[in-house]
Design a protein around this ligand. Structure first.
Ligand code: IVH
Length: 672
């Protein structure tokens, strides 16, 4: 091919490859397969090799990673990269809006809200449509020149696309700001590979994205699944971009990605609905988010309102409840799992993570404890994996108290289970009880559950238990509630009548008294009397499951060892699954308070914080006087105890129901 023909072919190839990129990354559609696109890229590279003088910096071939840099150059931002002030609830959003409308009185304000991405902020500079520079946020004024790394990202066009109505953006300077993110699925896949290679796992997508952009070898950046998503476009003449809504359309038109979830709103209530929706739905997003960005849609107003400190007045970050928090490890207890393995469980100072209180987390096995070097007394960062199961992310060794001893599985097994023998199975991370198997343990557990002092199922004796387990009809204790007469009669030991008796006998125990049920669970150190004490103190299985170590120990007759054992039992994932199954199968333990207490028939809800005693202490006191403690206000609630820092919505509900309100002092008087 002569040079003239090559030049024409090169132009066409570049156009088509750019189209492919745009359709794939921005429009989320594919105009050809990846293999076909690769083949075009290959042809382009060959032609450019033949005629190097035809190579231009914006050719798609020029994404290939070059030589590592010696260091990054510092570059000044054309305008400061700002931060945002955080707001956490409706009241704070309304307060923000009040401040804004005071400065720019206006009753038809429009808002623009987008998902706040958890990544690394970067500014891309395009001169006459060509990517000339990419700069990290740095301190907001000066960042690092990471152009060589950013050029390797397919989501960053090397040349802006000409688009009807947006031609002016390809003339002069256009700056596009956004976040470099890694999708959750890509991150998980990388970590699965790392685990297979026995390499330490990456902590989270944001750190990995930041680490990949802020390292000197573009080959490494190219190898990581980094993506750029824009949220802002800047021009020398700000009137080029009148609204944020327009900015997002412009970003997409010139060939970059902006979140399609972003929207314009005409009332703050609608914005708050949007926030509530994404608080629930955010886990379905491809990337991590910790909130929303809410801005005024009109950028002239935005300019007019200016900046206070590091943040613009005309925008806020609406943050969701943290999914990470720090707390201290009060204890590491061992629970014996269904198959006889000893599972270490961390017991924490209770802390709220992503909206619920966390007080323990499984540490999986001794290797994991050693790898993370978790010790009693340590301050740890915990997070909710998949937003449900709490996990220890890392230990803050800087905060470790003097004398904190490394965890030793062997020593702990001896301390917590002196009468049992354990062995470490070759090639396994687990310590297992010696001389017992899973089925054997299950048989013992079932016999105990059915025993006279527990559920008292007299048809479920040793021989029947054995037959059911050996036949594989039950895999855990809850499974007995799924047994059918047809299944049972098929076993050698049974005839129609005995099968009916067994199944009927089991089904008849679906509403057991709570103390019998608790005793039947076989929690170590929890005998029949302790089960009664626990029922009396907590009133329900849920309340017992949620009790922390201190609350447990405050129950008459329950010391450290028993409290630890109860905590470990409820923290065990197998046991949580077991309880879930009981519920699913309709097993509902009930507890009747001894009637006649001073607060008999009176139902209490506490809102806000109390000064003189903890919520749990108040609840316990109320129960001990025959009253009922409720977790949320209902029509049947007798008293709403109003502590400090109470939200208006709680009180509104009480007013609606006509619930009597008590101050803390009045409560104290009542419970004496
Ligand atoms: S708008 C004044 N939109 O969050 C900055 N920012 O805490 C206004 N961020 O600096 C930026 N997702 O790095 C905006 N959809 C989004 C965002 C977003 C993430 C980052 C950005 C910003 C920081 C502010």
């Amino acid at each position: 091919m002569n040079k003239q023909d090559a030049s024409e072919r090169i132009d066409k190839l570049r156009g088509l490859i750019n189209d492919y990129r745009y359709h794939y990354h921005v429009l989320d559609e594919s105009i050809m397969s990846e293999a076909a696109a690769d083949s075009l890229k290959h042809e382009l590279a060959q032609l450019e090799e033949q005629y190097p003088e035809l190579i231009t910096p914006d050719s798609p071939s020029q994404r290939v990673a070059g030589q590592p840099l010696g260091k990054f150059t510092q570059v000044e931002h054309s305008s400061r990269m700002l931060s945002l002030n955080d707001v956490f609830n409706r009241e704070e959003v309304e307060a923000w809006l009040k401040r804004v409308t005071k400065l720019v009185p206006n009753d038809s304000l429009e808002f623009f809200a987008d998902i706040k991405m958890d990544g690394l902020a970067c500014a891309l500079v395009y001169q006459d449509g060509q990517l000339t520079r990419a700069i990290t946020r740095g301190n907001g004024f000066v960042g690092e020149d990471v152009t060589t790394n950013i050029r390797t990202l397919e989501t960053v066009p090397l040349q802006l696309r000409p688009a009807k109505g947006f031609e002016h953006l390809l003339v002069g300077r256009t700056e596009i700001r956004g976040e470099v993110v890694i999708y959750k699925k890509d991150f998980d896949a990388l970590n699965i590979e790392r685990a297979a290679e026995d390499k330490p796992l990456y902590a989270n997508p944001r750190n990995l994205a930041a680490g990949s952009i802020r390292q000197l070898d573009p080959k490494l950046a190219a190898a990581r699944p980094l993506r750029f998503r824009a949220y802002d476009i800047l021009r020398d003449d700000p009137s080029d971009i009148p609204t944020n809504d327009y900015a997002y359309r412009a970003i997409r038109a010139v060939g970059l990605n902006a979140n399609t979830e972003a929207k314009t709103f005409t009332s703050i209530d609608k914005v708050l609905d949007f926030a509530a929706y994404w608080d629930k739905a955010r886990h379905n997003l491809a990337f991590n988010t910790d909130g929303l960005v809410i801005k005024l849609n009109d950028r002239r107003l935005y300019q007019e309102l200016g900046v206070v400190g590091k943040a613009p007045r005309a925008a806020v970050a609406f943050k969701y409840a943290a999914e990470e928090a720090t707390t201290t490890v009060k204890d590491i207890v061992l629970s014996i799992g269904r198959t006889g393995t000893a599972n270490p469980v961390a017991v924490f100072e209770p802390v709220v993570v992503a909206g619920s209180t966390v007080q323990h987390a499984t540490l999986h096995n001794a290797d994991e404890v050693a790898r993370k070097d978790i010790r009693v007394g340590d301050t740890v960062i915990i997070y909710k994996a998949g937003d449900i199961i709490p996990q220890v992310l890392k230990v803050l060794t800087e905060l470790r108290p003097k004398g904190a001893k490394p965890f030793s599985m062997e020593a702990e097994l001896k301390r917590q289970y002196p009468e049992l023998e354990f062995e470490r199975v070759e090639g396994e991370a687990a310590y297992r009880m010696k001389h017992v198997s899973g089925p054997l343990l299950l048989k013992r557990a079932l016999e105990h559950f059915a025993s006279k002092a527990a559920m008292d199922i007299d048809t479920l004796g040793e021989k029947n238990v054995s037959a059911l387990v050996d036949a594989g009809l039950v895999n855990d204790v809850a499974d007995i509630y799924t047994l059918t007469e047809e299944q049972v009669v098929a076993l050698e030991r049974f005839a129609a009548i005995s099968a009916a008796k067994l199944v009927g006998g089991i089904q008849a125990t679906k509403k057991p008294p709570l103390p019998r049920f608790i005793y039947g669970l076989g929690i170590r150190h929890v005998g029949a009397q302790t089960a009664i004490d626990l029922s009396e103190a907590f009133g329900s299985l849920e309340a017992l499951a949620n009790a922390d170590l201190e609350t447990l120990q405050s129950v008459e007759g329950i010391g450290n060892v028993v409290a630890e054992s109860i905590t470990a039992w409820f923290a065990d994932e197998d046991n949580q699954e077991l309880l879930r199954k009981f519920k699913e199968y309709g097993v509902q333990p009930h507890y009747k308070k001894h009637v006649g207490g001073r607060l008999h028939d009176q139902r209490f809800v506490i809102t806000g914080s109390l000064e003189q005693l903890s919520r749990d202490q108040a609840a316990e006191k109320i129960r001990s006087l025959g009253g009922t403690f409720q977790s949320s206000l209902g029509k049947d609630t007798t008293y709403l105890v109003v502590g400090a820092n109470v939200g208006a919505s709680k009180l509104a509900k009480a007013q609606k129901y006509g619930t009597k309100q008590l101050s803390e002092a009045e409560l104290m008087e009542l419970i004496g």
